[in-house]
Design a protein around this ligand. Structure first.
Ligand SMILES: Nc1ncnc2c1ncn2[C@@H]1O[C@H](COP(=O)(O)OP(=O)(O)O)[C@@H](O)[C@H]1O
Ligand SMILES: [Mg+2]
Length: 254
């Protein structure tokens, strides 16, 4: 399998002197093209920090991140921003949306910097994505007139506007009820099946059990890795996967 992201010996610390803490303590990790990977670990174990390091959203103190052949630390800020915009999509617990724009414009706005497409093309694309993610018809709505699950879909549409190679998710279902969380996971699974690599942080076993590889972070290192393999909703029993993952996490002292 082709490597999409290679993180080598990543270190990052916060604080000074006696307060200094190595949040990333020499992590090496490869994410392959087409994978669906979850990062788990206790609160404060460095999950978000690792995600930000691998996506170039935040710098590291030492070590290197190679993304799709490019050494992120060697890129100028502009080039890094371009690469993030054209090859990566981000989904957080809650999308940051603008209140004075309708939903369609919220989806399109970040993509307007991409001069290759005109407004009509962007609108057409956004509407296609809204249909695919089950929010067709909400184009002209105010963001206050949509549910948390719907807004998360808006965030996902926005993340897909640039046809990213990878979606990074930092607890993308963390603020949702279980029904909405399941729907978002089904959507992410669809996106994964269409060929997009997905790397998400979660503390929810029900979410991680649907991914194909789980990394467990502890004290700034990867303490273990579990590979349930690709989840097939028709053939695989989810409960069995969740129980196996829970047992493994218990061994990891989660
Ligand atoms: N910008 C920052 N300044 C200071 N400390 C930070 C910063 N970001 C993260 N940390 C600290 O690093 C540790 C790991 O944070 P984080 O990666 O957010 O953990 P997780 O996502 O696993 O909960 C925490 O102890 C947190 O307080
Ligand atoms: Mg976090």
């Amino acid at each position: 399998m082709k490597t999409l992201i290679s993180g080598e010996n990543l270190t990052k610390s916060f604080g000074l002197g006696a307060e200094k803490r190595n949040v990333l303590d020499g992590i090496s990790v490869d994410i392959h093209q087409g994978e669906f990977v979850a990062v788990m670990g206790p609160s404060g174990s460095g999950k978000s920090t690792l995600l930000y390091a691998l996506s170039g959203m935040d710098s590291v103190d030492s070590g290197s991140v190679t993304f799709d052949g490019a050494d992120l630390s060697a890129l100028k800020e502009n080039d890094l921003a371009d690469l993030r915009r054209t090859k990566m999509g981000f989904v957080f617990q809650q999308p940051t949306l603008l209140r004075n724009l309708d939903i369609l414009d919220n989806i399109i706005l970040p993509a307007m910097r991409d001069s290759r497409k005109n407004g009509a093309q962007l609108t057409e694309k956004a509407q296609r994505l809204m249909k695919k993610t089950g929010i067709a018809g909400l184009e002209m709505r105010d963001i206050t007139q949509a549910s948390g699950g719907q807004l998360q879909r808006v965030g996902i549409c926005r993340a897909l506007m640039g046809d990213p190679k990878i979606i990074f998710g930092d607890e993308p279902t963390g603020a949702l009820n279980s029904t909405a969380a399941n729907e978002i996971m089904a959507l992410l699974a669809d996106i994964h099946r269409s060929g997009v690599t997905i790397l998400l942080v979660t503390h929810d076993v029900r979410v991680a059990a649907k991914t194909e590889r789980v990394l467990f972070l502890l004290d700034g290192n990867i303490a273990g890795e579990y590979q349930p393999g690709v989840y097939n909703a028709t053939h695989d029993d989810l409960k069995t996967r969740e129980e196996a993952l829970t047992a493994w996490l218990a061994e990891m002292k989660f």
